[in-house]
Design a protein. Sequence first.
Length: 121
Amino acid sequence: MRFVRVWLPVAIVVGGIVAIVATGGSLSGWEGGVAIIAAGISVWLLNVIFRVGVAGERERDAEDAARDFYAEHGYWPDEAPPPPAQPARAPDPHRRPADHDRSHRPPGRPGSTARRPPRRP
């Protein structure tokens, strides 16, 4: 693989330089040599683009694996597992409910009657 990624583009670029030198630097030699050099650079860029695409697929696969782990365990793989749930305590029979003293008051401001809903035009 290293040959295709590195050495093939280098060989093509060197071939372009050889074409320029072999023609003695004539105008047609320069045109052909530059075209061959551009082909070598194109091969190199195609390899770069391919490597970027493959890296994106690896990241997507890792994301899918992390989502599967979360669905199974309830937390992400790079997080610490949550502490175990504490058992529910039985209610204290001697304690009054929190709404004990509020149940007999009418809604609204203290010391006033209940508020009416606003009129609609």
